[in-house]
Design a protein around this ligand. Structure first.
Ligand code: CA
Length: 703
């Protein structure tokens, strides 16, 4: 008895360690051939090509109306949910906000384990765009993920126990990690974010076994006169430096690699998407001179050494927060009768690029939304043809698209069946004005843009008129002919990522919380589910025991709801959810909506000078998370409704003493005095009075 028990335990251990029914861990061979395992979702974009196309075809355009909820899981946070789940042989791994990791039985939803890296709440301050995380990588029995405070952690895939952890950034600087790692040839690739706060971007490769650093590539050269880094990027330092001016190192230069990292096996290279400059404003960052390599570019690196191979810079000398980090899809396309190995990308600047992966040569580029900063791309040089004053050197410029992007991180999908790319696009204009008073705040929000050029009107009709300008689309784009085939029009931006399937389906969630399926060939809406909270994440599909599932992380957040006031009917967000669907699924589902607390009545008398000063401080410091004009979308607390607004001491305890730091609200004593904090209170109190009037709770005039 005893002996057989030991044997049984050993067998179970073996099966457990193998991580799967077929007794194999995820290795290089499986990752390279991931397309042949349609039941799994082995890597971030489904396969190394990151097409986000599922070959499963049990759920089709003909039967999708029978799709229903199989199971769901409620997370412990109402911050944004952006992860792509990974599914390996019946286990689903995902991350939620605050870099927490979860492993579920993919068929039943039973929680196998969870891991909380205990990110300090204060790290939330460094995240321009919410405390999100876009997912894990799974490789040879380990689960890898990045944390908001810059760690890369390996967990045992079966137990969730930590195997190793390395700090990938200088934690004295405002770096964050929100992106998903990718595993390439035994190394874990990870980037970082923080270019709004003043950092220098790079991508690193760590040994998957022990976390030792294999190579690093800096996207911005070291400052004038600074020594080489001893990194893979050293060989291009002088070439890059020739494209910068002044001392760009003061705010790091930017160029963070915060999302797209794609392995191109055909050329054994890694393609990285590089972010915006730091500060955004080219006049401040680089004296208005130079292309600033390699910000706002795609760079191809040798997969083994990280050495530079080629680059394509979509927005030379960028000055609009035009990142080129957006998701990259690899495909074989027939162009002009010839097969081409290309990458496709739709970065923030509004142009859809098809680029030859063998050499970085631009194949074609067309705008997919209206663009007024550039009239087109010069195919001889590959450079945008910029409009007069697009760089706001001669007064403000109302740009379309703008910092939130014509397309942001929300993944697009490509169907080799239809030959179409399904692209979550948006139209969000923004006025850019040079911040003549820019001083810079070390570690703080530093775009060097005057955001007061974007007023938020109190008049409801004017507010609605601006709101109506903001749009979102799901666009089916023919990448060969560079033209739109069909679109789904939304009444607002910041909708979810996309999945295409062999069942002639496209799945996408939207900002209003509807998870929907469309016919991939025509765009006809076929199915919809009310998630009870906005959706920004991309869906995936997998199968267990022959049953096809579709999974999506639901939970609104990210850059748009934090930094914009133009969200309809804002209210406190419910907790995020993982939703999993199957044909015939009938699990009951409801989400309780939370009411808004009343606007606070403030009886303190403030001077006009206090209110004016508070407005400038608020709009330059606080609005990026709590919303312009103190109008919050509901992801972060609406300050007009916070009880602490009524009392100077309570307010000071939050803003200066940092008593809510564990919840992400750090002390601002580094940049504000108590008098500054009181001035901000004066401004927000006025905003609360306007809200009380709008909601019938009192008159702004009477105070
Ligand atoms: Ca940015």
């Amino acid at each position: 008895m005893k002996r057989s028990g030991v044997v049984l335990a050993a067998l179970m251990l073996l099966a457990g360690c193998s991580g799967g029914n077929d007794g194999r861990v995820v290795d290089d061979a499986r990752l390279l051939a991931a397309a042949e395992e349609s039941g799994n979702w082995l890597t971030h974009g489904g396969t190394y090509e990151e097409q986000r196309f599922s070959r499963l075809d049990a759920i089709t355009a003909d039967n999708v109306d029978g799709l229903g909820l199989a199971w769901s899981h409620e997370f412990d946070t109402n911050r944004g949910q952006e992860a792509t789940p990974i599914v390996v042989d019946g286990t689903l791994y995902t991350t939620s906000a605050w870099s927490k990791v979860f492993a579920f039985d993919a068929a039943t939803g039973e929680l196998k384990w969870s891991f909380d890296p205990e990110v300090p709440g204060e790290a939330g301050f460094n995240a321009c765009c919410d405390v999100v995380n876009r997912g894990v990588a799974v490789y040879e029995g380990k689960v890898y993920f990045g944390t908001l405070d810059g760690r890369l952690i390996a967990l045992d895939a079966d137990s969730g126990e930590q195997v190793w952890s390395v700090v990938t950034v200088d934690q004295s600087k405002p770096y964050t990690i929100t992106g998903a790692p990718r595993v390439v040839k035994g190394r874990v690739l990870i980037g970082n974010g923080g270019a709004e706060y003043g950092v220098r971007g790079y991508v690193s490769a760590y040994d998957a076994d022990d976390g030792s650093l294999a190579w690093r590539f800096y996207t911005v050269p070291p400052g004038p006169g600074a020594p080489p880094d001893g990194a893979a990027s050293d060989s291009v330092i002088e070439r890059a430096r020739a494209t910068w001016s002044g001392d760009w190192s003061r705010f790091g230069g930017g160029g963070t690699v915060w999302d797209a990292i794609v392995y191109d096996a055909a050329f054994d290279q890694v393609l990285i998407g590089v972010g915006n400059g730091s500060p955004w404003n080219h006049q401040v960052r680089s004296e208005g001179r130079g292309d600033n390599l390699f910000i706002s570019s795609v760079v191809a690196l040798d997969a083994d050494t990280g050495q530079y191979k080629w680059h394509y810079q979509g927005t030379p000398g960028e000055t609009w927060d035009f990142t080129q980090t957006q998701p990259i899809i690899l495909a074989d396309l027939t162009i002009g009768g010839s097969p081409r190995k290309v990458m496709m990308q739709a970065p923030k600047n509004g142009f859809f690029y098809v680029i030859d992966r063998s050499n970085g040569q631009l194949v074609s580029a067309e705008n997919f939304v209206p663009t007024n900063w550039a009239t087109g791309i010069d195919m001889a040089t590959g450079r945008p043809i910029e409009a007069p004053n697009a760089r706001y050197t001669n007064g403000p410029f109302l740009a379309m698209p703008s910092a939130l992007g014509a397309h942001n991180w929300h993944p697009m999908a490509f169907s080799p069946v239809t030959g179409l790319v399904y692209l979550p696009a948006q139209e969000v204009p923004m006025a850019y004005a040079n911040d003549a008073n820019f001083q810079g705040r070390e570690g703080g929000w530093n775009p060097a843009i005057d955001f007061l050029a974007n007023p938020v009107p109190d008049d409801p009709a004017q507010f609605r008129a601006i709101r109506a300008m903001l749009k979102g689309q799901l666009i089916a784009w023919d990448p060969v002919r560079q033209r739109e085939v069909w679109r789904v029009q939304y009444d607002g931006p910041w909708n979810g990522g996309v999945l295409a399937t062999a069942g002639n389906l496209v799945f996408q969630g939207n900002a209003r919380g509807q998870f929907q399926a469309f016919a991939a060939d025509t765009g006809r809406k076929l199915w919809s589910f009310e998630a009870g909270t906005g959706i920004i994440a991309p869906p995936i599909s997998y199968s267990v025991d022959g049953v096809q599932y579709v999974a999506i992380m639901a939970g609104y957040g990210g850059a748009y709801p934090l930094s914009s006031s133009f969200v309809d009917n804002p209210r406190p967000m419910p907790n995020g959810r993982l939703l999993v669907f199957r044909l015939g699924g009938d699990t009951p589902y409801s989400v309780e909506q939370m009411p808004n607390p009343p606007a606070v009545e403030v009886t303190t008398r403030f001077t006009a000078a206090q209110v004016e000063r508070g407005m400038r401080l608020y709009e330059s410091t606080c609005s990026v998370c709590h919303g312009p004009a103190a109008i919050s979308s509901g992801v972060l607390p609406d300050l007009r409704r916070r009880p602490s607004l009524a009392d100077a001491d309570s307010w000071n305890a939050v803003v200066i003493d940092g008593i809510l730091k564990d919840r992400g609200m750090r002390s601002f004593s580094r940049w504000m005095t108590a008098e500054d904090a009181e001035a901000v209170r004066a401004y927000v109190a006025g905003r609360a009075a306007v809200l009380r009037q709008q909601e019938g709770g009192g008159s702004a005039e009477r105070r």
